[in-house]
Design a protein around this ligand. Structure first.
Ligand code: PD2
Ligand code: ZN
Length: 278
């Protein structure tokens, strides 16, 4: 009976077995046959494959990404210089400064505002997840390139993230009132949900998210990543970007909008798809 500890040797053995073509199930069977408790064997298998396999999957997939010159703190995006304030590898998260000008933030809010009012009584159904709030949050979508501002901002985001405009959804604008929050969720479509195949026909999976803050709330409203204890303050014109190579929690892209404690919060969200989104 082996000691029930996941050693580097055990991890190495698991990788060898899987690399040699043995299925996870047969590796699990072999571990159980040699005395491992099923739950511990499963945990060892999952941990090892996550640590070894996720980076391989990430490396083999083309994802939206900011490409910077070595040592640079800013990146030129179409028509504007954008600051890269924070860069995290796992999960892949970037905090960007000055993506939109103060005037562009204001104009985006003004263009969205009348359409929020009209959709007041409509139940919010974004498909992937819902804004969980008490009547205080409202949303609307702009069509891609619907107006000059959207077209300009989308061209900038596409250049910034090296991802064609056609693979992006239209900008979604959200307004959170006092007390409103967005409970932690994933932005990808859950492969186990029955409605997902239909959603995926229109551009494939979501692979990355860019949330741009259109104002600075008086208090609260940070974007939080609970898996990694990380949060991004909502500051007008700044943005948080994150990508996910797989529609799986192992990407650690669980995120939410913390409650707005005073004032209001406006964001513009751009979701990037694998393929052309029409
Ligand atoms: O407003 C946010 O901070 C936020 C948080 C989580 C926005 C979204 N998700 C989203 O638009 O998906
Ligand atoms: Zn989200």
């Amino acid at each position: 009976m082996p000691e029930q500890v996941i050693t580097p040797e055990l991890r190495q053995w698991i990788i060898e077995q899987v690399s040699a073509g043995h299925s996870s199930a047969s590796v699990l069977g072999a571990m159980k046959a040699s005395g491992w408790t099923e739950s511990i064997a499963l945990a060892a298998l999952e941990n090892t494959l996550k640590a070894q396999a996720l980076p391989l999957i990430e490396a083999s997939r083309l994802l939206p990404e900011v490409v910077m010159n070595e040592g640079a703190t800013t990146v030129w995006a179409h028509d504007r210089e954008v600051m890269v304030l924070v860069s995290m590898a796992h999960p892949r998260v970037l905090v960007l400064g000055g993506l939109l000008s103060p005037q562009e933030c204001q104009e985006m809010i003004e263009l969205a505002q009348p359409r929020l009012a009209r959709s007041e009584t409509v139940v919010n159904a974004t498909g992937a997840s819902e804004v969980n709030v008490a009547r205080t949050s409202q949303g609307m979508f702009f069509a891609r390139a619907e107006n000059e501002l959207c077209a300009r901002v989308e061209a900038r985001m596409a250049a910034l993230l090296n991802w064609p405009v056609e693979r992006g959804e239209g900008l979604q604008i959200l307004r959170y009132g006092p007390g409103a929050e967005y409970k932690p969720h994933y932005d990808y479509f859950d492969p186990m949900q029955s409605g997902t195949p239909a959603v995926l026909r229109r551009g494939g999976q979501r692979v990355a998210t860019l949330v741009t803050y259109l104002n600075t709330p008086a208090a609260g409203g940070a974007t939080i990543f609970p898996d990694v204890g990380f949060q991004v303050s909502a500051v007008a014109g700044n943005a948080v970007f994150f990508s996910y190579a797989l529609p799986h929690p192992m990407t650690q892209t669980l995120h939410g909008g913390a409650p707005v404690l005073a004032g209001e919060k406006w964001v513009a969200t751009k979701w990037l798809r694998e393929q052309r989104f029409e």
